[in-house]
Design a protein. Structure first.
Lengths: 408, 612
């Protein structure tokens, strides 16, 4: 049994099977990405004014990656052309060049573009007048760091905030943008964008307040559970703690406290967590969500305040926001907004196609894939041609993605 | 065929083929029957799974019908089983909880559509019959064909596993409307989405294969207008799957993002669930889900129906012993229908307030699409005129398809007009309408196909007597189930109520002073008779199941390779066809349905028979 037209094109259709198959596959892919692009349009058109972010992407990096992909599309054709001339060495040269471009593209995306966004935050305030107060007081953060000697003036920072807001959601200042800004200011929907430079993290006291003897846990087992959670492995302390209660740990970190609370809860203990104080941490945290800051621990938030540096403020717009001021906080992750949701979904799906392409290209470079070249040169050449069609499509998707996500 | 060397060469080829065949048999059991790349084996795998899931999906609804007729009472026979398998929080004491009803309802739809009818009508018959009918040795991409089946199988496994996870399977209906589907806290919906991605991948691989095969592997002489209508129907169906499924895949990815990464694609600003603000960014659009979903799900209706029409056309042509009336109109209609199927989807969304202009557009396209549908049905009906009809089991099912599908189609018109849809939307009228299209429509066509091609697959016939018992039982109970639902729907009974609408009945004491109770005792009483008919329907499927398995070994042997005296190419193969299908060179000389050609010796002239 031999299936016809696996290598030679069928005269009346002009296509060999694989080429026909890949075109059909691409038609389906057009519908897949088409649906996502349509979703983008519908979500964007339906977005409330002042909620659809624009211009947050690094245009230069995006344009560079676009050029890399276009180059790879050219290399993939050159590789095929070399095969048509029977030159395997030339094929390998251009194919490696294609693979290198694809890897570079993914490296920029997954190694730089995405991770840098996960440290970039928007903060929505419960009440924007808090911000006004801070402006009036000036910026003690700036002052205390002594970078510029005197406190930044409130009005300066308000200008920054407004400028950032306007370019981000309206591109240029207009009557509409003014109205929307005032509205956002009043309603607390204004998002401050920037980085978290430092924060005050809770130090937690863990106190045993009681133990239920009838919870089905023996005294020994309870003590054993207790010992595991003690800083020092002191068994005598354990029995005392169980009977009289008292501090298990003082000023410990959140994870240790929560672990102790859970484990001891299982062993029949009642455990109380309370915040003993806050410790300043100088760090740029990743992917924090609102709950990571405002989670209630014995009546106090897990993070008492964050030191927030506004975008494009040249290190002047640094403000301290208390947990109580914060309505919502989100890194530039998918959950941030429908814009970032669709951004990560489309670019992620596209990147998955690039990644799959790399795997196929590597297969066709290894002995297992090259075996076909030695058995049937024409079929191998056809295979590379079909892959090239796919690769051009992946490139083409990016050509559409770049303007809608980076420029528009 | 004049050269003397020709027969010798053929004999040699046959011997070679035989050797190959022999070798093939020495391949392991796994390669031959499980991980096979032979389109016929894959077709039968699809067929077996499809029929099994049709039965399972029917069992789900049969259980749900108990809850609707006798709400709050323990389900007989299967109640203890439910409690044991699914836990006593969803089936305490064997009583079906509303949550379990929702699970079964969502999965009944999903299983019937995506795991039952599509595999049985499209993938099974398409895989088995299409390459044979176009004179091909196999599908264009046999390994991809196997991958398609296993992707389907994996998707089914994921769907079935989801019944047993905490909280059970998906509960938001087969349509999975957001925000409901996004905010249900159990994991069933996530499993559903992942399962769907697998099923969509399977359908993509299958559709590419079908189209490539039909375009490139037609035997010499098999021109486009010599293709049997069944092949045309499968060809258009494959295009619908190829182009309509990806938007649902996109929607599935977005909903998965909503559920796993907490994005807000389908969640509006200010969403409140259970009195609590949901911690999401908002800004999404619930309508977006509906658009993406119905962009698939309306063409999906034609995916369910077209293969059935194709099967019916084959069976009718064969058993009327005359050419199909208006073959070219059939082909034209099916092409137009395939195109129009893409631009009618929003007629499922009249109630969403998307605007009168858009409604008017979709209302117009919806009524336009009834034209090709009516042409197809009319051609098949007129084909009966003056035929010397053989009333065998496949023909009975094919004949029943015509009025049953007709009822389903005509009752769709009031749903296509947005002014009448306002009253009928989401009522039992809708349920009755689409079940008439798919159940006594497509499923009868599937039965016709099984009885018709069974002799080719096995070399034996299924029992005529039990076939007739199966047919008459199915026909009667099918109508007893679905006809009363029109009345229930017009009386205002909503779908998806685990108590069968008792909350809104006139006899509900809570409704004494309010006007919400509108369902009379007669309408409520129909719940019991419908349920009884459904269980009877289950019973009359038993002869079919037994007949199917029994006949594989013990059925009456067929006397030739062409027991129905048919014209199309699948009957030119040995019975059952070996790997590689044909043992002689296949060339096509004539149109597909040359029955009763004046002056011919016999009343059928096969496509492969050369002109004198």
């Amino acid at each position: 049994m031999e299936i016809p037209y696996t290598v030679k094109p069928r005269p009346d259709t002009g296509l060999y099977n694989a080429k026909l198959g890949i075109w059909l596959f691409l038609a389906s892919e057009v519908m897949l990405f088409g649906a996502l692009f349509s979703s983008y349009v519908l979500l964007r058109v339906g977005a409330e004014p002042g909620t659809w972010s624009m211009g947050l992407m690094d245009l230069l990096v995006g344009a560079g990656n676009t050029m890399v992909l276009i180059a790879s599309s050219m290399f993939v054709v050159l590789a095929w052309a070399e095969l048509k001339q029977g030159n395997l060495a030339g094929y390998k040269k251009w194919k490696w060049a294609t693979i290198a471009c694809a890897v570079l593209f993914l490296f920029v995306k997954w190694g730089y573009e995405w991770p840098s966004k996960f440290k970039h935050y928007d903060v929505w305030l419960n009440n924007a007048t808090v911000l006004q107060e801070k402006f009036d007081e000036g910026y003690h953060e700036v002052a205390s760091h002594g970078e510029h000697g005197d406190a930044a003036h409130g009005a300066d920072v308000e200008k920054y905030v407004k400028k950032i807001y306007t370019t981000r959601f309206f591109k240029e200042e207009s009557k509409d943008s003014q109205l929307a800004f005032d509205d956002a200011w009043r309603n607390g929907t204004l998002a401050l964008s920037g980085h978290i430079n430092a924060y005050e993290e809770a130090q937690i006291d863990v106190r045993i307040t009681g133990w239920k003897a009838d919870a089905g846990v023996s005294e020994d087992a309870a003590d054993e559970a207790l010992v595991k959670q003690l800083a020092k492995q002191d068994t005598e302390d354990a029995a005392g703690l169980r009977l009289n209660g008292g501090y298990l740990r003082e000023k410990t970190d959140y994870d240790t406290a929560k672990r102790a609370e859970y484990a001891l809860g299982q062993a029949g203990f009642t455990v109380a967590l309370s915040v003993a104080g806050y410790k300043r941490v100088e760090a740029h945290p990743w992917m924090w969500r609102t709950k990571r800051v405002t989670e209630d621990i014995g009546g106090k938030p897990r993070v008492s305040s964050i030191v927030f540096e506004l975008d494009d403020s040249h290190h002047k717009g640094i403000i301290t926001l208390n947990a109580g001021d914060i309505k919502r906080l989100s890194a530039y992750e998918p959950k941030h907004s429908t814009f970032f949701g669709i951004y990560y979904t489309i670019t992620g799906l596209h990147a998955a196609h690039v990644f799959g392409g790399i795997l196929i290209m590597l297969y066709n470079m290894l002995p297992i894939g090259l075996g076909l070249w030695h058995r049937d040169r024409e079929q191998f050449t056809n295979r590379i041609e079909s892959f090239g069609l796919f690769w051009h499509f992946v490139d083409l998707v990016w050509i559409f993605l770049f303007p809608i996500l980076y420029i528009l | 065929m004049s050269a003397t060397s020709e027969p010798a060469k053929t004999a040699e080829a046959t011997e070679e083929q035989h050797d190959e065949h022999h070798e093939h048999h020495e391949q392991s059991f796994w390669r031959t029957y499980i991980f096979s790349t032979d389109h016929k084996v894959i077709g039968m795998q699809y067929g077996f799974c499809g029929l099994a899931f049709l039965f399972f999906g029917f069992c789900l609804i049969a259980t749900m019908r108990w809850s609707m007729a006798y709400d709050g009472q323990a389900v007989p026979f299967v109640g203890p089983l439910l409690e044991a398998l699914l836990g006593n929080n969803v089936a305490r004491g064997g009583v079906m909880s509303p949550e379990l009803y929702n699970v079964f309802g969502a999965m009944h739809g999903t299983i019937m559509v995506f795991m039952g009818i599509v595999p049985a009508a499209f993938a099974a018959f398409g895989n088995y019959v299409v390459p044979l009918q176009i004179g091909a040795v196999d599908m264009a991409f046999p390994r991809m064909n196997m991958a398609s089946f296993w992707a389907f199988f994996l998707g089914c496994v994921i769907m079935m596993v989801s019944f047993f996870i905490p909280g059970g399977a998906a509960q938001a209906g087969w349509t999975s409307y957001s925000p409901l589907a996004s905010v249900i806290p159990t994991d069933g919906q996530t499993y559903w989405l992942i399962g769907m991605v697998m099923l969509i991948t399977s359908s993509l691989l299958g559709a590419v294969n079908f189209i490539a095969t039909i375009i490139n592997l037609r035997a010499p002489g098999m021109t486009w207008l010599r293709l049997p209508f069944f092949v045309w129907a499968q060809f258009i169906t494959a295009f619908l799957l190829l182009l309509a499924f990806p938007p649902l895949e996109a929607a599935g990815i977005l909903q998965l993002m909503d559920r796993v990464l907490e994005t807000s694609f389908f969640l509006p600003t200010g969403l409140v669930v259970g009195g609590q603000d949901v911690d999401v960014s908002g800004g999404g659009s619930p309508l977006l889900w509906q658009h993406l979903f119905w962009f698939l799900a309306h063409p999906e209706v034609y995916v369910l129906v077209l293969p059935g029409m194709g099967i019916v056309a084959e069976v009718i042509a064969n058993n009327t012993r005359k050419p199909i009336w208006g073959y070219k109109y059939l082909v034209g209609s099916v092409v137009v229908l395939g195109f129009l199927a893409f631009i009618v989807w929003a007629h499922h969304m009249y109630m969403t307030g998307m605007g009168t202009v858009i409604s008017a557009f979709f209302q117009t396209t919806t009524l336009l699409i009834s034209i090709p549908s009516v042409i197809i049905l009319t051609c098949l009906l007129v084909s009966l005129w003056g035929g010397s009809i053989r009333f065998n089991t496949p023909m009975l099912f094919a004949l029943a398809f015509l009025p049953m599908f007709g009822i389903g189609g005509l009752t769709g018109l009031p749903l296509g007009f947005n002014f009448s849809d306002v009253a009928l939307h989401d009522s039992y009228y809708v349920i009755a309408h689409f079940h008439y299209v798919v159940a006594p429509g497509t499923i009868f066509a599937i039965f016709a196909g099984v009885y018709y091609w069974f002799p080719k697959m096995t070399g034996r016939r299924m029992s005529e007597f039990w076939g007739r018992v199966h047919f008459w039982g199915s026909l009667i109970f099918m109508n007893l189930i679905f006809m009363p639902m029109f009345a229930q729907g017009m009386a205002g009974m909503s779908r998806r109520m685990s108590d069968g609408g008792a909350t809104y009945s006139l006899s509900n004491p809570d409704n004494a002073d309010v006007t919400v109770g509108t369902l009379s005792d007669t309408i409520m009483g129909l719940n019991v008779s419908i349920s009884a008919a459904a269980w009877a329907m289950l019973v009359v499927q038993l002869p079919f199941i037994v007949n199917l398995f029994w006949s594989v070994k013990h059925g009456e042997k067929v006397e030739s390779d062409n027991p129905w005296q048919a014209t199309t190419l699948e009957w030119e193969t040995p019975t059952p066809p070996p790997h590689g299908n044909f043992t002689k060179e296949i060339k096509v000389y004539r149109d597909p349905y040359e029955y009763s050609v004046p002056g011919a010796k016999e009343d059928f002239t096969p496509q492969a028979q050369p002109a004198k």
